[in-house]
Design a protein around this ligand. Structure first.
Ligand SMILES: Nc1ncnc2c1ncn2[C@@H]1O[C@H](COP(=O)(O)OP(=O)(O)OP(=O)(O)O)[C@@H](O)[C@H]1O
Ligand SMILES: [Mg+2]
Length: 335
């Protein structure tokens, strides 16, 4: 597991808005304006806007299918938005590929990590832009450049030559963040980075995120974990069914507020009250008891009847009369 040397206390950053106040629209690091995107049969995004300030963590929340990943993939050049615009440092941008987005300072760590498992760490970071020397790829230079980034981020226990498939999920996520840093990203999008991490790994990841934020990087953070959102975010935007619900300072929100915005109604309680009355067993129901009694009675009369009259007569006449009497068999119609 990676250990991070950067000291950054975990606390709620309630007064950070004043540090990052913006005076004009162009002071925003990233502006997402009126983005719409439809897939066959589903309007994934409908007129969604979001503004990201430099040096802040902006959380994006919503239920499954709300459109969070789609919005970020439109920014990152993986999908093409049907309408709307993105402005990076005040300039309109429309990336045609993720490579173009990264070269312009926008990086994204995806929900499903997209790495070459059989290649090593440094090759994954510098894929497509290996340093070339006289004898081909300059592995020494690549190794040194990777170590520099790791030192910068305080990642001390990942060997740049380790094969990706031998690393834990959290280490692989750190490699992706190191890749983002190698592109000198101004905007970093993290899509559900903590869904499969332990608490200790989450702590390490947060220290790296805080480190980047404190250098002025703007971070868009997608997660379903409410408590962690309130702890690390400066602002929170909630999407519902592809539509923008609200953007609010995290300091003004509670977990209940966020859930209400996500589901679209006030919650009186997260969990319904319990009455603690045990359910009645089927065996104890009146109908079941009557059924058992009738069957036992039938059985008893059958045994008694067959011992009183001849077996043949009893089977032909006696049992039939008894079944008709109990309502189990209909009498033959009179001809
Ligand atoms: N490539 C695609 N083709 C068709 N429909 C898609 C595609 N990608 C997303 N969608 C649909 O768009 C809607 C938004 O999906 P999206 O993945 O953005 O949601 P999300 O908020 O990221 O959800 P989750 O929390 O589950 O990751 C969903 O209805 C989804 O089924
Ligand atoms: Mg998603």
């Amino acid at each position: 597991m990676a250990t991070i040397a950067v000291a950054c206390p975990r606390k709620r950053y309630t007064n950070r808005q004043s540090v990052c106040e913006v005076n004009s629209m162009d002071d925003y690091l990233l502006r997402i304006e009126n983005i719409s995107k439809a897939f066959p049969g589903v309007q994934a995004l409908d007129d969604v806007s979001l503004n990201l300030r430099p040096g802040t963590i902006h959380s994006l929340m919503g239920e499954n299918g709300a459109g969070k990943s789609t919005l970020m993939k439109c920014l990152f050049g993986l999908y093409s938005a049907d309408s709307g615009a993105f402005y990076l440092d005040g300039k309109k941008v429309r990336f045609k590929s993720s490579r173009q987005a990264m070269e312009n300072g926008v990086a994204m760590v995806h929900q499903e990590l997209n790495q070459v498992h059989t290649r090593n760490v440094m090759e994954n970071i510098w894929l497509g832009r290996f340093p070339i020397g006289l004898a081909g790829i300059n592995h020494h230079k690549m190794y040194k450049a990777t170590l520099e980034i790791f030192e910068d981020l305080g990642i001390t226990s990942i060997n740049p030559k380790a094969i990706i498939k031998t690393l834990s999920v959290s280490q692989r996520q750190m490699v992706e963040i190191a890749k983002a840093v190698s592109f000198k990203s101004k905007v970093l999008v993290l899509d559900e980075p903590t869904s499969s991490l332990t608490e200790v790994e989450v702590d390490h990841l947060f220290r790296i995120i805080f480190n980047l934020r404190d250098r002025g990087c703007g971070i868009i953070y997608i997660s379903h974990r409410m408590s962690e959102i309130l702890k690390i975010s400066d602002e929170v935007t909630v999407l519902r069914d592809g539509k923008l619900v609200a953007t609010s300072p995290a300091s003004e929100l509670t977990i209940d507020n966020i859930i209400s915005q996500m589901v679209g109604r006030e919650l009186s309680s997260v969990y319904p009250p319990k009455d603690n009355v045990p359910a009645r067993s089927c065996w104890r129901s009146k109908g079941c008891r009557r059924c058992i009694k009738t069957f036992m009675m039938y059985h008893l009369i059958c045994v008694a009847g067959s011992s009183l009259v001849s077996r043949d007569l009893w089977e032909r006449v006696g049992q039939k009369c008894l079944r008709i009497f109990l309502g189990w068999q209909r009498p033959n119609p009179v001809k």
